[in-house]
Design a protein around this ligand. Structure first.
Ligand code: IVH
Length: 684
């Protein structure tokens, strides 16, 4: 392809991808499959790699991220980012309406009601339609330049459409939808990290990540709700929001002009219930004077506009007594304090327990034994303690001390520098850590041994049948048949009988046998090395090819792997420096688990489904070429041997034959590098 052809194709692809992005992320009406979308994007990535000088600042590939930011640049806001005055009471809202009427000297003012998104405020700057800067609120005067990270949010236009002004500043909120939040916390749990408290914190944390490629994976979204500049002689807030919608921004569909105060109250009443059905958190309703010249007349106080107010929903909150504190030990030894509460009803459920996160939390909240505490449900998730009623505390009560020894195995707890929590270092012999590892090992995303679950594992452990994951592979029919136990469920308090009958035992043993075919990358994840999640396990496995190469890898070699940072590398080094782990791996090798990348046997994904790919030319080693062919099949593709019009891609090594090359060009087949191919199969 000539540079000119490439330029044309890049422009074509960019336009098409931008349009699909808009349909998918802003209008929520996609017109092509995710797969076809990915194919377009992959083609663009490949072309841009070949012609890096043609990468435009608003290329859709910028969404994938790439920039690493050591420290965010501080920017001064052109217009200070003010916050809104807020209230929880209807009386105060009526006072707001009176203040507005008195200020303007008229009645019958139109108000606009919209949702108060619970996320992080952002200011976006566009010059000639191009996104040039995204900044956080900071202290209202100075914020952080988070442009690279914000570019990865698909609903933020990189280039505007329509009749936009030369210069434009819009403000909005970056949020993390519930789905993304749950996925993130699941991934954290998978690698032994504590869950994040709520979607707002998760969104704020994501925006401050130093690697934009990581931000791209967080599934953030952005709603715009305010325009700073005069646009096209528009003179109401409502019209300005409709107008910027035409430029490609995602604006709220939940917006209403209210001619009367009653309509404002109706809007509030409606959303105070309806919000539970939204796929993201809101914490109230914002009421704004619609007419811009009225807004100008009213102006600002030092902190807030006088023409708007936030009516905040009261988080459902109740007061109850702290009865005691228990301590849970996780798979990686982290100790989490849990408050046992006098049972109380909150948002429709009876709450008996609340997380206390870690030692710092107890200290900061200054929680004393027997305190009366207030609890809330944050984003309808885990109940949490939000305040302590200091007044009802008697003088003889002492602060809740954090335990010094593991509640299960008695080992002295340790605390790593810079970490908020304590952990039990006795990873080899501490029962909850052992059980946690066994549970992680059999999980769906790991070895996927169905028919075994938390309770059955606990029973096998108590009977002394399974202690290490290798023990699963030594189980026999007679060990299992007839085991029974009565348990009381922690969730519903009901009694349940676990029993290993004929069929159960057979299923379990079959499942264990079948797991011997699980590919290396999932075995590596299943080992439960701290901080090694599903994706990083895959990348590490592919990089090193087998467990021996991995176990001998140095720190420098480890951090060469995409996605592996210092923390992960150190954790891997520590894992392989522990003799028990090396013995365990030997044991697992003996029973026949997969400890090297093998092609063929099991599909890893269907990312290449329906595609024919030809591998051509020479690669670093002949084995590498075979490996690529195996990868094609593992990901659901077909490997082709000759170039014809059924071929979708050619993975080209060095010195690909000129006649093949020419034929590929004639047929318009994309020629991609080995790295492009790897990116194609690795993309989430
Ligand atoms: S208007 C000049 N509208 O709530 C005022 N803010 O303290 C511009 N927020 O900092 C803000 N949803 O981060 C506005 N529909 C909405 C909003 C909203 C959420 C946030 C924003 C602001 C804070 C108010």
């Amino acid at each position: 392809m000539t540079a000119l052809e490439a330029k044309q194709r890049i422009e074509e692809l960019s336009k098409e991808i931008h349009a699909h992005n808009y349909k998918y992320y802003v209008q929520a009406e996609p017109t092509i499959s995710d797969y076809d979308f990915d194919m377009l994007l992959n083609e663009l990535i490949a072309l841009e790699k070949q012609f890096p000088e043609l990468i435009a600042p608003d290329s859709p590939t910028q969404r994938v991220g790439g920039e690493v930011t050591k420290q965010f640049k501080q920017v001064t806001h052109k217009n200070p980012m003010l916050s809104l005055g807020n209230t929880y009471s209807r009386e105060e809202l009526l006072e707001f309406f009176s203040r507005v009427e008195n200020g303007l000297g008229i009645k019958n003012i139109d108000y606009v009601c919209e949702l108060k998104y619970d996320g992080v405020a952002i200011s976006l700057h566009y010059l000639d339609g191009l996104l040039v800067q995204a900044a956080t609120r900071g202290d209202g005067i100075h914020g952080d330049d988070v442009t690279a990270n914000v570019k990865t949010i698909r609903s933020v236009p990189l280039r505007l459409q329509g009749n936009y002004p030369h210069e434009l500043e819009v403000r909005g909120e970056i949020i993390m939808p519930h789905k993304s939040f749950e996925k993130l916390n699941q991934e954290r749990e998978d690698i032994g990290e504590p869950p994040l408290a709520n979607p707002r914190n998760a969104a704020a944390g994501s925006l401050k990540l130093q690697q934009s490629t990581q931000v791209a994976k967080r599934g953030l979204d952005c709603f715009l709700y305010f325009v700073y500049d005069d646009i096209n002689n528009i003179n109401t807030h409502y019209a300005s929001i409709q107008e910027i919608g035409k430029y490609g921004f995602k604006v709220t569909p939940y917006i209403k002009i209210c001619h009367q105060v009653d309509e404002v109250f109706d809007f509030i009443d409606f959303w105070s219930e309806e919000r539970k059905k939204l796929p993201f958190d809101i914490d109230g309703v914002v009421i704004k004077v619609n007419q811009f010249d009225y807004q100008r007349q009213l102006g600002f106080t030092a902190k807030n506009p006088r023409w708007a107010i936030a009516y905040k929903f009261k988080a459902e909150r109740v007061k109850t007594d702290l009865l005691s504190v228990s301590y849970q030990v996780g798979r990686t030894g982290v100790v989490t304090p849990v408050a046992n509460l006098k049972p109380v009803e909150l948002a429709g459920t009876i709450v008996k327990r609340a997380t206390m996160h870690n030692a710092d939390f107890i200290k900061e909240m200054d929680i004393h034994e027997g305190d009366a505490v207030y609890i809330e449900k944050g984003g309808e998730i885990i109940p949490k303690i939000v305040a302590v009623d200091v007044n009802s505390r008697s003088a003889d009560k002492r602060p809740v001390p954090f335990i010094t020894h593991c509640p299960d195995c008695g080992t002295l707890l340790v605390r790593n520098e810079g970490e908020a929590g304590y952990y039990c270092p006795n990873s080899v012999n501490c029962p909850p850590q052992i059980k946690g590892r066994l549970e992680h090992f059999i999980a769906r995303k790991a070895m996927n041994i169905e028919d075994l679950g938390e309770e059955k594992i606990a029973l096998l452990y108590e009977k002394g049948l399974v202690k290490t994951i290798a023990d699963f592979y030594h189980l026999q029919y007679l060990n299992l048949y007839g085991l029974t136990k009565r348990t009381i469920s922690e969730t519903d308090g009901k009694e349940r009988l676990i029993s290993f009958k004929d069929k159960t035992v057979e299923n379990i043993l079959n499942g264990i046998e079948k797991s011997k075919n699980v590919p290396f990358e999932r075995v590596l994840f299943a080992l439960g090395i701290r901080f090694v999640g599903e994706t990083s396990a895959r990348k590490i496995a592919r990089h090193f090819g087998n467990i021996d190469a991995l176990s001998h890898a140095t720190f420098e070699q480890l951090i060469e792997v995409d996605d592996v940072g210092e923390k992960v590398a150190n954790s891997i080094l520590e894992y392989f420096a522990t003799p028990e782990n090396l013995a365990l791996i030997e044991d697992l090798k003996q029973v026949g688990l997969q400890f090297e990348i093998k092609g063929g046997s099991q599909p890893v994904s269907n990312k290449l489904a329906g595609m024919t790919i030809v591998v051509s030319g020479s690669f670093a080693t002949p084995a590498r070429r075979t490996e690529i062919e195996q990868l094609i099949e593992e990901h659901g593709g077909k490997k082709g041997s000759s170039v014809n019009k059924k071929v979708n891609y050619i993975v080209a090594g060095e010195n690909m034959g000129p006649s093949k090359l020419e034929k590929a060009r004639q047929l318009g087949i994309s020629i991609i590098s080995e790295a492009d191919f790897m990116q194609m199969i690795e993309q989430e």
